[in-house]
Design a binder for this molecule. Structure first.
Ligand code: SAM
Length: 345
């Protein structure tokens, strides 16, 4: 079935070695910028890939060059026996890095088990350090629980801890500096991610978007940022304050595309493989997985997804805002893009 050491490059000479796997579309929070207030229609249980099916996809994906895996959702810690999945993935030869993106609500409870099962590290999504505001943004989340989760993750070595914040003007942008200051004493990577136009009702508009450049300018009021010398493994650009314990990072999917360096595929909870977060193209692996398709067939589908990975996406500041024909947001209003929780953010 081919050479284990194959590294597949796509049409644009990018090495595709990273798969983000959404294991559920359900979440124990309802962040206002991620989920519509009316809620979402969740997938039926039988539509969701079983852990053995995810493991099979990964065993085949290793043969196409996948080496890094990130588990996401929905909220991955909300799915039953999550540590069982981590153990299975850890046992797959060829997977070199295994991480998870979580909202941290259940992290205190699971951190030790996850580390023992073989998880390397966690990214925690956190958009406010004010308890009342955190509750509002997440529609009910408890900030203290997340902060205890982060401490627990640190204690058991799920490090370096990355904290992802999405600054939204008028909602939490007055906390940008506070988040950056965390890195003065804590060895965290605090990353600021540009707000992207997914289902978020009236929250997504030009007034609320803040480009990385502006976020960085605000942080520089605290002190000069020096480029951090780090092994590059993703789209973030990293900086540190003189003598700081941690670093700040900027991820700019809208203002500064990193498509040229994009090395990832995304597997949705219902088994659709996506070459790009912003493209509606997806290839369904479930029929092959459930109808006795061979590993060869699954491999062909993965290779096909890599082959159709677009050169870049069209989400740009000048065309994401309403009022312009054919803009992605125009499309989202009419055709309802899948929200992040359904793709796997
Ligand atoms: N539940 C997990 C969590 O909260 O990290 C994983 C899934 S969540 C969909 C993954 C990430 O997507 C979170 O960091 C969240 O902030 C981000 N996200 C959701 N909607 C977004 C949007 N419209 N723009 C930018 N990031 C978004």
């Amino acid at each position: 079935m081919g050479n284990k050491d194959t590294m597949l490059s796509d049409t644009y000479h990018r090495t595709i070695d990273y798969m983000r796997i959404s294991i559920t579309d359900r979440c124990n929070l309802r962040c206002v910028y991620c989920m519509p207030s009316g809620g979402l229609k969740f997938l039926e249980h039988r539509e969701i890939l079983r852990y053995e099916e995810i493991a099979r996809v990964l065993r085949v994906a290793v043969l196409t060059g996948i080496r890094k895996v990130r588990i996401t959702g929905g909220e991955p810690l909300a799915r039953k026996n999550i540590t069982g999945l981590i153990k299975i993935i850890r046992s797959i030869e060829g997977i070199k890095q295994l991480s998870m993106t979580t909202n941290g609500i259940l992290l205190e409870r699971y951190a030790r088990e996850l580390a023992e099962a073989g998880l390397d590290r966690v990214n925690v999504s956190l958009d406010s350090l004010k308890p009342e505001r955190y509750r509002e943004i997440t529609r009910g989340g408890d900030l203290k629980t997340v902060l205890r989760g982060i401490e627990a993750a640190e204690r058991v070595g799920l490090t370096p801890i990355k904290i992802n914040m999405v600054p939204i003007r008028g909602m939490n942008d007055d906390e940008i500096e506070e988040f950056a200051k965390m890195t003065l004493t804590a060895p965290y990577q605090v990353r600021f991610i540009e707000f992207m136009p997914f289902v978020s009702e009236d929250i997504w508009n030009e007034k609320h978007f803040i480009a990385s450049e502006d976020i960085q300018a605000r942080i520089e009021r605290i002190g000069a940022l020096i480029p951090a010398n780090m092994k590059k493994s993703g789209p973030a650009r990293y900086f540190r304050f003189e003598g700081s314990a941690g670093v700040v990072g900027f991820i700019s999917p809208i203002s500064n595309h990193f498509c040229k360096e994009c090395n990832r595929l995304r597997l949705t909870a219902d088994g659709k493989l996506r070459p790009c977060l912003f493209s509606e193209t997806e290839i369904d692996l479930k029929p092959a997985l459930r109808n006795e398709g061979s590993d060869e067939e699954i491999r062909r589908l993965i290779e096909l997804t890599i082959a159709v990975k677009p050169k870049g996406h069209s989400m740009r500041i000048e065309n994401v805002f309403p009022g312009q024909d054919c803009s992605p947001i125009h499309m989202s209003q009419n055709r309802q893009r899948r929200p992040m929780s359904k793709i796997g953010g």
